[in-house]
Design a binder for this molecule. Structure first.
Ligand code: FMN
Length: 307
């Protein structure tokens, strides 16, 4: 059989949605070591066992392939920074990340949704990694949702779910559709707005929006939720998604506006105008966040980079 293309293999492994952990141990000279890992797997309930696979390329591989104890910390939503600190060459990791020692004297990461303290059961070197199997001596568990990882990107299920929560029959569902440096908008007598529809029921929200987009003569692919807000008086619940696409049928009321000119447009409501201004700003860095709130006040969550 031909050798499997390593890039293809990495992409294939990356399709598997995982959480993100930081695995830690103590080096023989007492220095704390740790690395970000998504190779965590539960192994056994009785006795309680888990595994993780440290790579032979790790600067701390010698420690992990010889240690007697280690800890596995399942990161919470919002701990992307900690994941990045433990995934890049940085000698200073534990001065930047708050931690406490567990019963074995191994550092555990503050705020991690689960902290497992383990005694090594077995270490099996295989391929370019080893399989580090631990017996769980102790664990601390919180209610925080865990951080997700797929295709080389973090995701936050809690935020995605919040985008769908409490969606009533008077719900608006729309798409901010990028076509290279432009945004596709619909002309209405009151101004411009993203293609949108009234969602009759929550379970059909995405289907209704996709149908609406097609009816406008647009071909588009929906992405992450971008803005979720309620009208203060109307209690109208609006959800806007990011999307990419292009106009197929130019005869409708659909136009394409350069992102750089979004701030000069008249939109159908101040809330949409503010959302489009935020989009124009965030498009410069490609770091798109999720807004949750009402039409006037809310919070920006979980910066996500989008290529
Ligand atoms: C989400 C994510 C998951 C990772 N999973 C693993 C893993 O399971 N095993 C591993 O050896 N490296 C994994 N890595 C890579 C290491 O975290 C990274 O190479 C780290 O910088 C190595 O530490 P070092 O600089 O001390 O060598 C992962 C990185 C990320 C971002």
């Amino acid at each position: 059989m031909d050798k499997i293309d390593p890039i293809l293999l990495r992409d294939a492994f990356g399709k598997f949605m995982t959480g993100v952990t930081v695995v830690t141990a103590v080096r023989s000279d007492g220095k704390y070591v740790g690395f970000t890992a998504n190779s965590f797997t539960s192994v056994s309930l009785d006795p309680p066992m888990l595994l993780v696979c440290p790579g032979k390329f790790l600067s701390s591989y010698k420690t992990f392939s010889n240690c007697s104890h280690f800890s596995v910390n399942i990161l919470s939503e919002g701990q992307e920074k900690i994941s990045n600190i433990f995934a890049t060459s940085d000698d200073d990791r534990f001065t930047k990340v708050p931690h406490k020692l567990d019963l074995n004297g191994v550092p555990t990461i503050d705020g991690a949704t689960v902290q497992f303290s383990c005694t090594v059961d077995n270490i099996i070197p295989t391929g370019d990694h080893c399989v580090l199997i631990g017996q769980v001596d102790d664990l601390k568990l919180s209610n925080e949702p865990g951080l997700g990882y797929v295709g080389g990107q973090y995701f936050s299920l809690g935020l995605e779910r919040a985008a769908f929560k409490d969606t009533r029959s008077n719900a608006i569902c729309g798409a901010i559709i990028e076509d290279k440096d432009n945004i596709i908008l619909v002309k209405t007598p009151d101004g411009l707005q993203p293609p949108q529809c009234k969602a009759i029921d929550r379970s059909n929200q995405i289907k209704d929006l996709n149908d609406t987009i097609i009816n406008y003569g647009i071909s588009a692919k929906l992405g992450q939720a971008y803005s979720v807000f309620e009208g203060i008086k109307s209690r109208e619940h609006s959800t806007y998604f990011l999307a990419t696409g292009n106009i197929k049928d130019t005869s409708s009321d659909v136009i394409s506006i350069p992102i750089s000119q979004l701030n000069q447009q008249k939109f159908t409501s101040p809330a949409i105008s503010r959302m489009m201004s935020r989009f124009a700003l965030e498009a410069q860095s490609r770091n798109f966040s999720l807004y949750l709130g009402d039409v006037e006040k809310g919070a920006i969550h979980g910066i996500q980079e989008r290529k």
